[in-house]
Design a protein around this ligand. Structure first.
Ligand code: ADP
Length: 406
């Protein structure tokens, strides 16, 4: 069991001249978890989130960070705000400086970093959110999605353990929302605990490790998403709706399909259930395609396009901000920019090849996901490594993977 990073013990809060917004809530979050607080407008999500870094002090009960009760003096609040970064729903309320650099530098400067440390922190944060080159831009001239990324970079520059996002995708278009959710996955993959609030069940269900359904200032249910959202009574009490994938799997179960204990969280899971039902052991499956993974770090310009051109019919996807930027620079058309691994597995199951561009530790994530899927489904899909920088193999590349060559 991993370490508890944030805990609430029976917290309550009433706004001055308002009604009780948080009515006795307890929970704990473990380090590295992805948590979704899900509830309708007015449920108390924002109020609760603001307790996580001391912006709101509960009237009774207590909040703990790293098992230590939060204190509300200035020095303690400074410490907690460094550890728990908060990204507001509206980036215009978070961004205060006239340039992107100055805005992202604000936190580390306030923390007393040296000039060189501030430069390093800003550069790292901007790289993470894909805004290298935006340093001198005035934030008010940026798009909604870019502003959101500036706000996130400002928080990341203080290297917090926990990142809290109030309605992270509000105001973003569908593709901006997908990019943002992928950024949250990337940050989580790098070890951050991520908490989001949302009323969007379709967003929360496949993303979260744990969902907390909230209504009228109380927790209705807290569990893994398929359990939390799987009970229509809880969902109705929280004024929410059942995620489409769960609704569909319930319908298929009624029609005699075998639904695994771990309910489908993706189109890939759903396809697996349907295929198992219709074609268990039958002959109509093509030979699976190969998924090739390319670490774009340190890649020489032109190598990937040449590799792709030599393989007609292959499609590419990119995971992570740096990989997407590399694809743009190299003018590689991306078929997949979100849920990339599952989409490439689906392609492989149709007998078609794909290329995944990514970076660093995300490379091994591809092999692990494919391996897990193959173990669960009994399929065999090859993962090949295309690492032009050091030709090192993909960890877990046991499915007949090979090194790509030009
Ligand atoms: P959510 O984020 O789930 O939409 P909120 O935390 O914003 O919910 O609000 C919870 C309750 O607290 C609502 O009844 C809301 O009207 C009330 N509330 C929120 N902010 C204030 C405020 N500044 N003053 C008085 N009441 C407030």
């Amino acid at each position: 069991m991993s370490h508890i990073v944030l805990e609430a013990r029976d917290v309550r809060y009433r706004y001055p001249r308002g009604r009780e917004a948080i009515c006795g809530i307890s929970f704990h979050f473990r380090r590295g978890e992805k948590i979704a607080l899900v509830g309708p407008n007015g449920a108390g999500k924002s109020t609760l989130l603001q307790m996580f870094n001391g912006m709101i002090r509960p009237d009774s009960g207590m909040m703990l960070f790293d098992n230590v009760p939060m204190q509300y003096d200035t020095a303690s609040l400074r410490r907690i705000r460094r550890k728990v970064g908060f990204v507001l729903q509206n980036p215009d309320r978070q961004i205060i400086a006239p340039t992107v650099y100055q805005d992202v530098a604000f936190g580390p400067t306030n923390l007393g970093y040296s000039e060189a440390e501030v430069r390093e922190a800003v550069a790292t944060a901007l790289r993470h959110v894909g805004l290298v080159g935006f340093e001198r831009r005035p934030p008010h001239q940026l798009s909604g999605g870019e502003k959101k990324r500036v706000a996130i970079a400002g928080v990341l520059a203080m290297d917090p353990d926990v990142l809290v996002f109030d309605e992270p995708t509000s105001g973003l278009d569908p593709s901006g929302s997908e990019d943002l959710m992928e950024l949250l996955d990337e940050l989580n993959h790098d070890g951050k605990t991520i908490v989001i609030s949302t009323h969007d069940v379709e967003l929360a269900y496949p993303w979260a490790d744990r969902a907390i359904l909230l209504a009228d200032g109380q927790i209705i249910k807290e569990d893994v998403p398929d359990v939390a959202f799987g009970n229509t009574l809880f969902v109705r009490m929280a004024h929410l709706s059942v995620p489409t994938l769960l609704e569909l799997s319930a319908e298929l179960a009624k029609r005699g399909f075998t639904i695994p204990e771990r309910k489908p969280r993706s189109v890939l899971d759903m396809v697996h259930i349907i295929e198992q039902h219709h074609a268990r052991g039958s002959c109509c499956h093509p030979e699976p395609g190969t998924i090739t993974v390319c670490n774009v770090d340190g890649i020489t310009a032109g190598t990937i396009p040449a590799w792709v051109q030599a393989r007609p019919g292959i499609v590419a996807g990119a995971m992570g901000t740096r990989a997407k930027q590399c694809a743009a620079q190299e003018q590689i058309a991306l078929e997949f920019t979100y849920g990339v691994i599952d989409k490439c597995i689906l392609r492989a199951l149709r007998g078609q090849d794909s290329l995944i561009l990514t970076t660093g530790s995300m490379v091994s994530r591809v092999a692990v996901r494919v391996e897990t899927y193959c173990k669960e489904s009994g399929n065999t899909i090859s993962v090949a490594s295309l690492d032009f920088s050091d030709q090192s193999p993909v960890p877990g590349d046991e499915h007949g993977g090979q090194h790509g060559t030009l």
